[in-house]
Ligand binder design. Structure first.
Ligand code: PLP
Length: 342
């Protein structure tokens, strides 16, 4: 089966109905500059050599593909493997993208990076890469998230980053993004916005996907070595969508490989109770905050906190039958029969 995503889009940064660039005038120039820098970097051998070197010798790639023998035995069904991105330096896949964009900031002559973070992992990865490359780093984080993730806040500060607490709105990720955008608009000349997932305006989603696609390239080779065949299913959690598209991308042409993205089901299916845009049937497509994507809004059109996340991953669900998105509420016990499929 051929899917739309395997057909190159004629307009860069468009994924079917998703994507694009809806930004204030002041951001058009830095986005063009970033797009150009990224296009050049793709064929720049010194950039690619440095990127690969840092992935290997700084971050610790390749990560293992571990056979989960006990889980496999307990479930008594398919053979389950885990792609161990948690074994990377700083503890998550976020470092892959942070290295790529950190190197681009250096190439563009920008001495400062701005980042937003929710769980803290992207902030820690950005602070770590900034320290390594000699860049200044400012990380915006909602104060609710700062309290929840105090350890990661301490790590960022130890690495020399300035962590700015955001008190507005729900004091979480979306408010941190607003503040990071304000900072970027004000300081575009010397600052690069190191976005942490497949979201935002072109070229971010494409670029972040490319920086994360190493996950799937390794996984494909590793599973072929281990099992002499492709997997039947790939599973990934979906927050902003970077680890999922990083894993899925290399398998998009393999129509027999099913892909399942798992979103946060929260307290229940009601609007405002969860963070699932794709699986919860309340999502709609709209252009909001710099790109067209899937969002949730309440009856007064107030955007829900989980908005504007991955439309690269979203387009998988919308444009083909290959990917499914599911969300399971926190209270869901074993009695729940299975995921809700979008
Ligand atoms: C360890 C880890 N996994 C997954 C995610 C979700 O992000 P994404 O969907 O972009 O991979 C995060 C976000 O901070 C994370 O820290």
């Amino acid at each position: 089966m051929t899917t739309q995503l395997t057909i190159p889009t004629s307009v860069p940064g468009r994924f079917g109905p998703y994507g694009g660039r809806y930004v204030p005038e002041t951001l058009m120039v830095p986005l063009y500059e970033l797009e150009r820098a990224y296009e050049l970097a793709k064929s720049d051998q010194s950039f690619q050599a440095e990127f690969q070197d840092l992935l290997k010798n700084f971050a610790g790639r390749p990560t293992p593909l571990q056979f989960a023998s006990r889980l496999t035995a307990k479930l008594g069904g398919p053979r389950i493997y885990l792609k161990r991105e948690d074994l990377l330096h700083t503890g998550a896949h976020k470092i892959n993208n942070a290295i790529g964009q950190g190197l681009l900031a250096v190439k563009m002559g920008k001495p400062r990076i701005i980042a937003e973070t929710g769980a803290g992992q992207h902030g820690v990865a950005s602070a770590t890469v900034a320290a390594h490359l000699g860049l200044q780093c400012t990380v915006y984080m909602g104060t609710e998230d700062m309290a929840r993730q105090a350890l990661n806040v301490a790590r960022m500060r130890m690495l020399g980053a300035e962590v700015v607490g955001v008190e507005s709105g729900s004091k979480t990720l979306k408010d941190a993004i607003n503040e990071a955008m304000r900072d970027w608009v004000t300081n575009v000349r010397n600052s690069h916005y190191l976005l942490g997932s497949v979201l935002g305006a072109h070229p971010y989603p494409t670029m972040v996907r490319d920086f994360q696609a190493v996950i799937g390239r390794e996984a494909r080779e590793q599973i072929l070595n281990a099992e002499k065949r492709l997997p039947t299913h790939l599973y990934a959690c979906v927050g902003g969508g970077s680890n999922s598209i990083g894993l899925f991308h290399e398998f998009l042409k393999d129509s027999d490989v099913k892909m399942v993205g798992i979103e946060a089901g929260g307290r229940g299916n009601a609007l405002g109770e969860h963070a699932a845009r794709l699986a919860a049937h309340q999502g709609f497509t709209g252009a909001r905050r710099i790109a067209s994507n899937t969002a949730c809004a309440d009856s007064s059109a107030g955007m829900m906190p989980s908005i504007w996340l991955s439309f690269v991953a979203a387009s998988r669900a919308s444009l083909s039958q290959q990917a499914q998105y599911s969300a399971r509420p926190r209270s869901c016990s074993q009695a729940c029969s299975g995921p809700t499929e979008a």
